[in-house]
Design a protein around this ligand. Structure first.
Ligand code: NAD
Ligand code: DAU
Length: 341
């Protein structure tokens, strides 16, 4: 039984990981979270107070980070500014949290000799051609496109340097696009689900042809736990679930599951620098650590996710108006409505 410090545990993937750990292990968890706009403390409702606690604080705050790191056996670092669109509007918080925050944690784990797992993204590798068959592997060169992905790439490089030069006990995982419960409504899938539930038409960037490789957040959590407990120190592992879908296909599934017309969406201005396709080869994780995803059928995982948003409007509706106000001030005018309504 270990004491885990989970940064960013009040966000989407971090809160899923905390629930996964408490349900499937005997570890205890402390969450360190700044509680930015992206956090929702309700995502941590109902957890066992004997094994779980939440500390409000910034990963850039060396004093609080040192104190907490010194009291735990392992750090799993999820905290980040995570949304590409926001990074195009204002990159500064991304540099501060994703780069300086990671540096602050690395110095603490170095000082106290604590095991560290770094959560990163497939976006550090840039993008793949739309019609190709290649996938990212651990050997793919870094080539990030956005302020968000470049700060994540920078943070990965810091971890590698601290492992090599200072010998910290670190592992890194780079995962593809997650979906599931507790995801902020700014992100693609929950934005479109909650648009439809609010009587607003879904918004597809560009021609909707970009491809993302979807994985359920619960599968991501299982993979991270496996790496934390059995991964080789100093190694990087890619996490994916063979879930490649174009954004149009995803919208098609959501409209079908919610009983709407298949063309009932708007095409809006494209995201600048929009990565075309991501695809993960997770052979290393499968062969070395025996991990495979449980949610292999995207449509059934998506159906469960849609049911969760239908049943939990209390969780997402307080964020919805502010999110859409923010989008309205960005460059997302409707270019084409697929059906007139
Ligand atoms: P999120 O935006 O939902 O949550 C981020 C959390 O970090 C929030 O609770 C926020 O309050 C907290 N946070 C932000 N700045 C902080 C700071 N300075 N100090 C302490 N806490 C702070 O993000 P997410 O989608 O859950 O992503 C979590 C991690 O997983 C990120 O590192 C992201 O890069 C990575 N990741 C995400 C995906 C995805 O599909 N969402 C895929 C691969 C990797
Ligand atoms: O690949 C992993 C990454 O996945 C993570 O590192 C990021 O933290 C996470 O946000 C996600 O990044 P994306 O930019 O791929 O996710 P997002 O949900 O913003 O968009 C998914 C796709 O949908 C992308 O091609 C842009 C498109 N999109 C997005 C929104 C919000 C739309 O077409 N319409 C929308 O309204």
């Amino acid at each position: 039984m270990s004491k885990l410090l989970v940064t960013g545990g009040a966000g989407f993937i971090g809160s899923n990981f905390v629930r996964y750990v408490l349900d499937n292990t005997e570890h205890s968890v402390t969450v360190l979270d700044k509680l930015t706009y992206a956090a929702n403390v309700a995502s941590l409702d109902g957890l066992d107070a004997q094994r779980f606690s939440l500390v409000k604080g910034d990963v850039k705050d060396a004093q609080i980070v040192d104190q907490l790191v010194s009291e735990h056996d392992a750090v799993i670092h999820y905290a980040a500014e995570s949304h590409n669109d926001n990074s195009l509007e204002d990159p500064r918080p991304f540099i501060e949290t994703n780069v300086v925050g990671t540096y602050t944690l690395l110095e603490a784990v170095r000082r106290f000799g604590v095991r560290y797992h770094h959560i990163s993204t497939d976006e550090v590798y840039g993008d793949l051609t739309l019609d190709g068959v290649e996938r990212f592997t651990e050997a793919t060169p870094y080539n990030p496109s956005s302020p968000y992905s470049s700060t994540k790439a920078a943070s990965d490089m810091l971890v590698r340097a601290w492992a090599r030069s200072f010998g910290i006990s670190a592992t890194i995982s780079n995962c593809s696009n997650n979906y599931g419960p507790y995801q902020h409504v700014e992100k693609f899938i929950p934005r479109q689900i909650t648009n439809i539930l609010s009587g607003v038409r879904p918004k597809l960037y560009g021609a909707g042809e970009n491809v993302r490789d979807w994985i359920h957040a619960s599968d991501h959590s299982a993979a991270v736990l496996q790496i934390l407990e059995h991964g080789r120190i100093g190694e990087t592992y890619l996490i994916g679930a063979d879930g490649q879908k174009s954004n149009r296909e995803v919208i098609g599934f959501i409209l079908k599951i919610l009983g709407r017309d298949k063309d009932d969406f708007d095409l809006v201005a494209d995201r600048p620098g929009h990565d075309l396709r991501y695809a993960i080869d997770y052979s290393k994780l499968r062969t070395e650590l025996g991990w495979t995803p449980r949610f292999s059928d995207f449509e059934s995982g998506l159906t469960r996710t849609i049911q969760w948003y239908e049943s939990n409007a209390w969780w997402w509706s307080p964020q919805k108006e502010a999110t859409e106000t923010r989008y309205a001030s960005q460059n997302t005018q409707i270019r084409e409505s697929k059906t007139s309504s």
